[in-house]
Ligand binder design. Structure first.
Ligand code: GLP
Length: 254
């Protein structure tokens, strides 16, 4: 696992540099929602407009979706990613996919999503955030490390954390369809971003704690190609921060 500790304003650029490399190869992108990746999306949009970065050969899959929200609900993750990224670039809308949160047969909806990812040849690079309780996508603490796309329930902490996007906590859907931890582990490269002091405990646990279902993001330790990009505040509880900086500074030029 590579741990890059950067000033807050440079986290997005470091992430965009990695993702750009994949975009230039027409890759299948794994997109995350939440507020953390927003500056990275802004930087990618800027590169599209100012530097000719084209997404025309790319396709994309979202990590997760609220169950019960139609795609055109403004807080659906499908609508969110359109607003934050895909409506501003030249990706083919028909190739931006998400779990179907309106299918009453949620077992079929989950299986279909796995199938569509597999048919696309898998995800080349997966952008990830982390919840304050260590969740990735919507895999809450206790999720099987081998889990696949499925319907699951939100942790009360996540409902509280995400209430800011809705009129009130009561409006936050309690159920979600999410890629599983086993699904996420199959992506070619995992890039997890975390900024701010509220993420410091989760970052310590995912980078330096044991691999455990109690901290779902700790699955990054099992992946052969994982990059964690954090700002100083999110890195504040890392015991080995100086070592990660040393490795970062002495990395060979590619
Ligand atoms: C949400 C999403 C995650 C996201 C996390 C953190 O609930 N399902 O994919 O990484 O919570 O969100 P934020 O970046 O807003 O802190």
């Amino acid at each position: 696992m590579d741990v890059l500790i950067r000033p807050t304003a440079e986290v997005a650029r470091a992430a965009a540099d990695i993702i750009t490399h994949y975009i230039q190869q027409g890759a299948t992108l794994g997109l995350a929602t939440g507020s953390t990746p927003t500056p990275t999306y802004r930087e990618l949009i800027r590169r599209h407009h100012e530097e000719g970065l084209s997404f025309a050969a790319c396709r994309a899959f979202l990590l997760d979706e609220y169950y019960g929200l139609p795609r055109d609900h403004e807080q659906s993750y499908y609508a969110t990613i359109r607003r934050e990224l895909t409506s501003h670039i030249d990706i083919d809308d028909a190739l931006v996919d998400s779990p179907d949160g309106t299918n009453s047969d949620y077992v079929a909806a989950a299986a279909d999503y796995e199938e569509r990812i597999a048919q696309a040849g898998g995800i080349d690079v997966q952008l990830l955030g982390v919840g304050t309780n260590g969740h990735v996508a919507f895999n809450e603490p206790g999720s099987s490390l081998a889990s696949r796309t499925r319907l699951t329930s939100l942790h009360p902490q996540t409902v509280t954390d995400n209430a800011r996007f809705f009129d009130s906590a009561d409006d936050v859907p309690r159920h979600v369809l999410t890629q599983g931890l086993g699904t996420i582990l199959e992506a070619g490269h995992l890039v997890l971003l975390a900024t701010g002091s509220t993420k410091a405990d989760a970052v310590r646990r995912l980078v330096e704690g044991p691999v455990t279902a109690s901290c779902p993001a700790s699955i990054l330790q099992l992946h052969p190609r994982a990059t964690v990009i954090v700002d100083e505040e999110a890195a504040a509880q890392l015991d080995n921060a100086e070592y990660y900086r040393f490795l970062d500074e002495s990395a060979p030029e590619l």
